[in-house]
Design a protein around this ligand. Structure first.
Ligand SMILES: Cc1cc2nc3c(=O)[nH]c(=O)nc-3n(C[C@H](O)[C@H](O)[C@H](O)COP(=O)(O)OP(=O)(O)OC[C@H]3O[C@@H](n4cnc5c(N)ncnc54)[C@H](O)[C@@H]3O)c2cc1C
Length: 310
């Protein structure tokens, strides 16, 4: 029987794991992989304490710290990496977590730090051309489009970061955003605008991905005029937001309309006693690595006191 199971290996889960180990709670950290969403980022410049590091470097530092703590003499932290949480339910004296590989683990308390994944583009042709010109990972696939015209869907930080990466080697980058104002930080928008081969299409929405064997274009609608235009591109990079990874807990906890776990912001407690949640899986307003890590720490302070009072 564990004191605590943490689900997730992004900044929220890793911070929770570090604090749990130092508080000597018998803890199992279950994660598909260590690092979290920004693992694909070329440069993270706002992780406190590091001027600049890549997402890969951040992930390595997380893994090294967890492994050092789990491997230390008398450690109470155990790692179950490569495991995907499939179902969380109540059990005799706490909760039972079942994983997709068929394992089950019991615990008194749970911290859900399973973050979020990419929102899919839901227009005709998007599914058909996924990985045939339409992609959700610029760092993975971007270089395949060197010298070509490409589009980025989404005007938040992830959209502009993607555009900046692609501008280094693509012939042109056109960023489409459904609103008039971009959601990205102004400094990032200005950086992208400074490139001669960067084009912005605000107030427009994609309506169809077209192609033959591979993508040849993106049809979009200008939202004011309602006119549909064709943008000839060989690549489409979708950065249209995220969906929380909370399916495994949906029968146990109160979620908001988009599936995020409702938490008390002071303590990170979820709607069921004994369950906490941290980071992008929750209904908090801001999504950042430092915030997710802070949430994980806050949750552990509360979990520790709760376990000791039981
Ligand atoms: C491209 C990109 C760049 C970004 N750049 C920055 C930046 O520069 N600075 C910044 O502060 N923020 C940045 N962000 C935002 C930041 O990455 C997130 O806010 C942060 O990662 C949230 O952390 P988290 O721990 O809550 O969840 P996540 O990072 O989403 O981590 C979730 C973890 O849970 C695991 N997991 C998911 N489902 C399951 C399951 N069912 N079972 C087991 N494990 C599971 C995953 O493998 C992962 O380890 C960026 C985001 C993106 C997409």
């Amino acid at each position: 029987m564990n004191d605590l199971i943490i689900v997730g290996g992004g900044p929220a889960g890793v911070a929770g794991g570090v604090y749990a180990a130092r508080k000597r709670l018998k803890t199992l950290l279950v994660a598909e992989e260590i690092g979290g969403q920004s693992v694909v980022s070329e440069g993270i410049e706002n992780w406190i304490g590091a001027t600049k590091l890549s997402g890969g470097e951040l992930a390595k530092s997380f893994e090294a710290q967890l492994e050092a703590l789990a491997g230390a003499p008398g450690s109470t932290l155990e790692l179950a990496l490569g495991e995907r949480a499939a179902k969380l339910e109540r059990a005799a004296s706490g909760f039972r977590l079942a994983t997709q590989s068929g394992k089950t683990f019991d615990t008194h308390a749970v911290l859900i730090a399973s973050g979020a994944g990419r929102r899919k583009l839901e227009v005709p042709g998007a599914e058909q051309f996924e990985n045939k010109g339409l992609t959700y990972c610029a760092s993975c696939d971007g270089p395949l489009f060197a010298g070509m015209d490409v589009a980025v869907v989404g005007g938040g930080n992830a959209g502009f970061e993607t555009a900046l990466q692609l501008l280094a080697y693509c012939k042109s980058v056109t960023l489409i955003h459904r609103h008039k104002e971009f959601k990205a930080d102004p400094v990032t928008v200005e950086k992208a605008k400074a490139h001669a081969n960067m084009h912005l299409l605000p107030n427009a929405e994609p309506v169809e991905v077209v192609g033959e064997q591979f993508v040849t274009g993106l049809k979009y609608k200008e939202r004011d005029s309602k006119e549909v235009q064709l943008l000839p591109v060989a690549g489409i990079f979708v950065e249209a937001g995220v969906v929380p990874n909370t399916d495994f807990a949906k029968d146990l906890l109160a979620l908001d309309a988009v599936g995020r776990i409702a938490v008390d912001a002071k303590s990170q407690r979820a709607s069921v006693e004994g369950v906490w949640a941290a980071g992008d899986a929750t209904d908090e307003l801001y999504h950042q690595n430092n915030i997710a890590a802070g949430d994980g720490v806050k949750a552990l302070e509360d979990i520790y006191l709760w376990l000791k009072k039981r």
